[in-house]
Each structure stands twice: as structure tokens, then as C-alpha cells.
Design a protein around this ligand. Structure first.
Ligand code: NAD
Ligand code: IPM
Ligand code: MN
Length: 354
């Protein structure tokens, strides 16, 4: 069998709880397959910082980069914890990984699984994917403050959009559309953010000319939030910048059964660096350590990992077992009360049988 070196970063809060179940399902689905996983655990996150003062050392980063792929739970402490005020775990760890490993595609699929209750009365057939840019935009840290702490403070946070960076993610989004229902929606705010929006719009129009069979439309981000609630079935592929994509994908999770089901991949398509798979949710300090977290998002992230590694049949087995488990939990009140590890057990048993 082919051996995949997998870096595993359980992280903080519910991260270790959901990653344990994701690994359980990964082991179950790959048993007897052509893929073997050699896993290296990395202790990173707020807990590690509080213990050692390190967020992500150069040695950590170099060692992670030697792997074929990364599975991450969630990082970040309790928002507002004064001991973490100067740590900036999100920027120094999560964003540092995404930027250093050139994860320019942040792929976030949204599906309303059978039996799952959406908060929307008539959600329709929800099945779309957000292609969120992952290395640019307002996330780059191109900011600063002058006269900080005074009434005359000026705080800047500049959104950086390069033609190179936008074009490569737009091309990826068109390829996704080609393999799906051939519809692509650019979401931006061209009416106000004229420079960045103008660049995105011109690039989408130019690449669209190479994909005459893909229907392209455009929505301002504020209007996109309306349609995600009133008619999410209209979407197939959404391509958007880093910040808009962050916000829209929590909304997408909410309409499709909740943040506990939303998976993502931080992808470097050329394979120059390992791609990283993680739930969309955070460390959920409010439910951490109680076996209350739904590990489904982490488990579906394993399916994205398997598809990325060129094993779509293993990915489909994970997705089928998740679909069956969600249907059981929706139909049966005892199953609905399952705890984190019990959900993982049920899905692992499902993949062992399917
Ligand atoms: P969060 O996603 O951690 O939690 C939001 C709400 O969703 C909470 O009520 C939580 O209990 C619930 N929730 C989240 N995941 C769940 C699951 N699997 N099952 C059931 N319920 C779930 O967002 P937050 O509270 O804004 O952030 C908490 C910490 O996580 C912060 O430090 C934040 O910066 C960090 N964060 C990390 C990541 C990441 O590592 N990728 C992503 C988002 C937030
Ligand atoms: C996410 C998270 C991160 C983001 C934070 C924790 C940096 O919200 O993965 O969606 O904004 O990308
Ligand atoms: Mn987010």
C-alpha cells in the first residue's frame, strides 16, 4: 500500500474530541485498502502556548511541511482570556499554516443531508460549494495603528488582492463548476470596494470566456446573504474573497444543519505543500470536554482529505456512512442523544460495513 504521512493537530477545546473520531473513521475506512496513514501528532494551540510560550516555531512548521497532508481540529482559547491577549493563536498558527503552505483554495462544501432539519422552512435542494480565497484579502496582516489608545487613533487593515492570487482561485472555482452543475456566482462588493471588486470581476469575466458552458452570475455580498436564506438552492459554486467567504460559510453551515456538520479543505492544488483539512467550526470552549461536540464536520473533512489524495471511493464510503448516521439520529431520539465518541463509533461501524 501507499503510505501517506499525515500531520495531526488536534488543537484546543473540542478539537481533540472531534479529531479522535475523525481518526477512528479514517482508520476504519482505510483498513484493508491501498492507503496506509502514518500519523504524526503535533501539540499546538492555546494550551501549548500557555505551557511553553510557543505558538508555531520554525521547526514545527518545517516538520509539518514534510508531511503529505494535515488534519486539524480547532485552535484558539476562550475568547477574551487575558493570558492569550498577546498570543494571537489564530494568526500565528492557523493563518500562518494557511499562508506558509500556500493554501489558496479554502474549499467549503454545503449539503443539506436527508432528514436534517434546516432552520429554513423550505430550503429546497441545498448543494453548493464555496471556494474561498485563502491567502490574501483583509487576512494578510497588512495593517497598523497610529496614535493607538488615543481618541485620535487610526487603525488600518488593508485588503490585498493580487491578479495572480485572484486568477488562480477563480480558475479553480471554474473547474469545480465544470465538474458540478456548471453555475458559478462571484460574490463581492464591487459597488463599494471598487478596486478589489473590479479586479475580481474582470478576472471572472476573462476566465468565463474559456468556460462558455458555465453560467456565471454576480451578487453583492449583502444580497448573497439574502439568497442564502431565501433560496440557497440557486447556488452551485460561489467564489469569493477570504473575509466574505469566512462569513458566508458560517451562514451556509447554519442553514444546512449546523456548524457541527461543516467541513473544509485548505488546499494547495499543485501539491507543492501539504493541504490541510479541518472542520469550519472553532474550539467551542462552551462545550469542550463534555463529549457534546458533533464530530461529523471533522469526519467529513476526512472525506475531503481522501478525495484530495485521489481516493474518491473511500471518500464516498465515509460520506455514505455519515449520511446514514445523520438519518438515524434524525429519526430516533435515543440516537439523537449520542455523544461525540458514540457518533464516531457509529460512523466507523458504518464504513466497516458499506
Ligand atoms: P466556535 O465555532 O468555536 O463556536 C460557535 C458555537 O458553535 C458555539 O456555541 C459552539 O458550542 C458551537 N459548536 C462549534 N462546533 C460545534 C460542534 N462540532 N458541535 C456542536 N456545536 C458546535 O466559534 P467561536 O466561539 O467564535 O470561537 C471559539 C474559539 O475558536 C476562538 O478562539 C476562535 O478564534 C477559534 N476558532 C478556531 C477555528 C479553527 O481553528 N479553524 C475556527 C473558528 C474559530
Ligand atoms: C475559520 C476561522 C478562521 C478564519 C479564524 C479562526 C482565523 O473562523 O476557519 O473559518 O477566519 O478563517
Ligand atoms: Mn470562520
Amino acid at each position: 500500500p501507499q503510505t501517506i504521512r499525515l500531520a495531526v493537530i488536534p488543537g484546543d477545546g473540542i478539537g481533540p474530541e472531534v479529531v479522535a473520531e475523525a481518526v477512528k473513521v479514517l482508520d476504519a475506512v482505510t483498513a484493508g485498502s491501498d492507503l496506509a496513514f502514518e500519523k504524526t501528532p503535533f501539540s499546538l494551540g492555546a494550551a501549548r502556548y500557555l505551557e511553553t510560550g510557543d505558538v508555531l516555531t520554525d521547526a514545527d512548521l518545517a516538520s509539518i511541511a514534510e508531511h503529505d497532508a494535515i488534519l486539524l481540529g480547532a485552535v484558539g482559547g476562550v475568547p477574551g482570556d487575558p493570558r492569550l491577549a498577546n498570543a494571537n493563536i489564530e494568526r500565528g498558527l492557523l493563518l500562518k499554516l494557511r499562508f506558509s503552505l500556500d493554501h489558496y483554495v479554502n474549499l467549503r462544501p454545503t449539503t443539506l443531508f436527508p432528514g436534517i432539519a434546516s432552520p429554513l422552512a423550505n430550503p429546497g435542494d441545498v448543494d453548493f460549494v464555496v471556494v474561498r480565497e485563502g491567502t490574501e484579502g483583509p487576512y494578510v496582516g497588512n495593517g497598523g495603528a497610529i496614535r493607538q489608545g488615543t481618541p485620535h487613533e487610526i487603525a488600518n487593515e488593508v485588503s490585498v488582492n493580487t491578479a495572480y492570487g485572484v486568477e488562480r482561485v477563480v480558475r479553480y472555482a471554474f473547474e469545480q463548476a465544470e465538474s458540478r452543475r456548471k453555475k458559478l456566482t462571484l460574490v463581492h462588493k464591487t459597488n463599494v470596494l471598487t478596486f478589489a471588486g473590479g479586479l475580481w470581476k474582470r478576472i471572472v469575466d476573462a476566465v468565463a470566456a474559456e468556460h462558455p458552458d458555465v453560467a456565471v452570475d454576480y451578487l453583492h455580498v449583502d444580497a448573497a446573504t439574502i439568497f442564502l436564506v431565501t433560496n440557497p438552492a440557486r447556488f452551485d459554486v460561489i467564489v469569493t474573497d477570504n473575509l466574505f467567504g469566512d462569513i458566508l460559510t458560517d451562514l451556509a453551515a447554519a442553514i444546512s444543519g449546523g456548524i457541527g456538520l461543516a467541513a473544509s479543505g485548505n488546499i494547495n492544488p499543485a501539491g507543492d505543500f501539504p493541504s490541510m483539512f479541518e472542520p469550519v467550526h472553532g474550539s467551542a470552549p462552551d462545550i469542550a470536554g463534555q463529549q457534546k461536540a458533533d464530530p461529523t464536520a471533522a469526519i467529513l473533512s476526512v472525506a475531503l482529505l481522501l478525495r484530495h489524495l485521489g481516493a474518491p471511493e473511500l471518500a464516498e464510503r465515509v460520506e455514505a456512512a455519515v449520511t446514514a448516521d445523520l438519518a438515524t439520529r434524525a429519526a430516533d431520539s435515543a440516537a439523537a442523544a449520542r455523544r461525540t465518541a458514540e457518533i464516531g463509533d457509529a460512523i466507523a461501524a458504518g464504513v466497516a460495513q458499506n
